[in-house]
Ligand binder design. Structure first.
Ligand code: IPM
Ligand code: MG
Length: 370
């Protein structure tokens, strides 16, 4: 299969984790004979430094003409605590999501034996969690009209949703529920927000087309608590942009590390694949970042291309690395590997189609593995 991919490594640890994801992609394409042509472009703080803008129109056009986009992360400390700045790295990502109409953000939350031991939650609470958050990505507070009064005393962010915007993402969630346990939960704040009441109306209407799907509703404050108390009760969660941003970071506690959660943003045309973690500038260039979220995002890309065997092989290779404890410091603080070495090992496993025999002790001593 031939595909055109735009690679946006971005800022902080973005380039490091994306490099590992690309190694894995190369290994998969070697095994299955696919040809993916990659173009690397700028987004975020590095784009501001080079062009003055967090994303240029040229880059948006390149992305829109590609089959998929692989993104690392955007953000830099120098922008974080400076509210006066008019240009920010995150605007690049938001503009890209809006321009490509990437309205459905799919965030699977799956636990693994090793990463479970890193979670502050008890094993009996998190073992076997397997859910998916569908976060609306191009509406709500993120994109509503923003205003700061001239005297700087009053600010507004408008939360707007139309029925069309809700219905198209709801359809993704209902379809996914049909393929899973046929249970769908809408997280909202319908006891307070008008937009949330519109979401409920849309979901209730659509549920008539999916009589097999059991639909439930939960206020976001209660959901935040339930997600920590008993996450196994959830299967497919649908929610609006801001709530989805918050609850998905919260769910990384279940998987033991922010570095474990991949995501896919699906739109009308091309799709974007990125880890949910941020740019983590404090860890940049140290080769310590966990590459699994980026690697698993590439697995989601193959799934999107309907290359299911390839996607499964990547997931299997990550499970293998976790079982062998070929992991970065976030998952094992005393006995760990570098980000690039974990990428090498996962790629090797794929290239050898799971037939790889590595001696952990030798690996700890030697610099190279191949
Ligand atoms: C995410 C991130 C982004 C968001 C930021 C970087 C704008 O936190 O993808 O979850 O808020 O959507
Ligand atoms: Mg976020």
């Amino acid at each position: 299969m031939k595909k055109k991919i735009t690679v946006l490594p971005g800022d902080g640890i973005g380039p490091e984790v994306v490099n590992q994801a690309l190694k894995v992609m190369k290994a998969v394409n070697y095994v299955y004979g696919h040809q993916f042509d990659c173009t690397t472009e700028l987004i975020g703080a590095c784009s501001i430094d080079a062009t003055g803008s967090p994303i240029t129109q040229d880059v948006i056009t390149t992305c829109s003409k590609s089959d998929a986009i692989i993104l690392g992360a955007v953000g830099d400390l120098k922008y974080d605590n400076n509210p006066g700045l008019a240009v920010r790295p995150e605007q690049g990502l938001l503009e890209l999501r809006k321009s490509l109409e990437l309205y459905a953000n799919v965030r699977p939350i799956v636990t693994y034996e090793l990463s479970n031991t890193c979670s502050p939650l008890k094993p009996e609470i998190i073992d076997g969690v397997d859910m998916v958050i569908i976060r609306e990505l191009t509406g709500g507070l993120y994109f509503g009209k923003k205003h700061l009064s001239e005297d700087g005393q009053r600010a507004t962010d408008l939360c707007v949703y139309t029925k069309d915007e809700i219905n198209r993402v709801a359809k993704v969630a209902f379809e996914l529920s049909m393929k899973r346990r046929k249970r769908l939960l809408l997280i909202d704040k319908a006891n307070v927000l008008e937009t949330s009441r519109l979401w409920r109306t849309c979901i209730e209407d659509m549920s008539r087309q999916y009589p097999q799907v059991e639909v439930d509703y939960m206020f976001v404050d209660n959901a935040a608590m339930q997600l920590m108390r008993n996450p196994r009760q959830f299967d497919v969660i649908l929610t609006e942009n801001m709530f989805g941003d918050i609850v998905s970071d919260q769910c990384s506690i279940i998987t033991g590390s922010m570095g474990m959660l991949p995501s896919a943003s699906i739109g009308k045309h091309s799709a974007l694949f990125e880890p949910i973690h941020g740019s983590y500038p404090q860890a940049a260039n140290k080769d310590i970042a966990n590459p699994f979220a980026a690697i698993l995002s590439v697995a989601m890309m193959y799934e999107h291309f309907e290359l299911y065997e390839e996607s499964e092989l990547i997931k299997k290779s990550v499970e293998w690395a976790l079982n062998e404890e070929f992991v970065t410091p976030d998952l094992n603080s005393t006995d760990h590997f570098s980000c690039s070495k974990v990428g090498d090992l996962v790629s090797l496993f794929i290239q050898e189609n799971g037939e790889v025999r590595l001696n952990r002790d030798n690996l700890m001593l030697s610099g190279s593995i191949i």
